[in-house]
Design a protein around this ligand. Sequence first.
Ligand SMILES: Nc1ncnc2c1ncn2[C@@H]1O[C@H](COP(=O)(O)OP(=O)(O)OP(=O)(O)O)[C@@H](O)[C@H]1O
Ligand SMILES: [Mg+2]
Length: 283
Amino acid sequence: MLYYSVYFPVAEIIAAMGVGLLVWYGAKGVINAGETGITIGVLTAFIMYIQMFFRPIRMIADRYNTLQMGIVSSSRIINLLDSEDHVVHNGHHKADSVKGQVVFEKVWFAYNDNEYVLKDINLSIKPGETVALVGATGAGKSSVINLLNRFYEINRGSIKVDDVDIQQFDIGSLRKNIGVVFQDVFLFSDSIRGNVTLGNPDVTDAMILKAADLVGARKFIERLPGGLDYKVMERGLTLSVGQRQLLSFIRAMVYDPHILVLDEATSSVDHDTEVMIQMAIEK
Ligand SMILES: Nc1ncnc2c1ncn2[C@@H]1O[C@H](COP(=O)(O)OP(=O)(O)OP(=O)(O)O)[C@@H](O)[C@H]1O
Ligand SMILES: [Mg+2]
């Protein structure tokens, strides 16, 4: 950006000075046309030549700017690719469908060294049981979800699903069994379909619509121009917060997961929709 903001004005000034000098010098020549043989036509031609000469130089400045933007973007991408995964993938246990028992045993967890967010947490949830975690803002509710999905590694204790430590699970298999509706929904700039399937070709339109029916989102999808093909903007800017939550619900429900985790999932949908979602979950 610095180079651009220096280079571009400098190139402009030199170009302007070039034309200025030419006019000044050339005009003298035209006035004394008898001796020099310079006519107005020649002068005009030269002014045009000099502008033609500077055009590619301006273009270089422009290209340089584009190149800079490319370099910045690619360095971000490379940083992301190079970032180390803080979860070690060494588990091999695969389960097509877990029963849904979840046990937290003496779990300690800190995002940063020794600033414990969760201290000695014990939880025992039986298959089919519904448990609600209630707590103040920042108490660590969302963190529990992050741990269950193994987005972070716990410091002490153990977390078991169906009596298998989640560290022994194949991470893909573990996450497939857990449907999560996050507190802040992430949507990609893609179609509604793409945002629900997340690229999984096994998820058919019929499955999406069935899940949409369950949570009462079918009407809203059908009202969108293009239905399932409706282009969602980056981060779902063109949808309301409640609509984003509904999409996230559909995303979780298409897989019919045996462990369903909702993080304030209905905080932004209206009462009727919330009742509908509750019924869907019961089913
Ligand atoms: N990625 C992170 N890195 C560092 N600290 C974090 C991170 N995420 C959360 N925390 C901290 O962990 C604590 C618990 O956060 P968490 O998101 O689990 O709270 P919560 O109970 O879900 O709150 P809310 O009801 O507002 O959603 C907070 O004090 C927060 O500052
Ligand atoms: Mg939270």
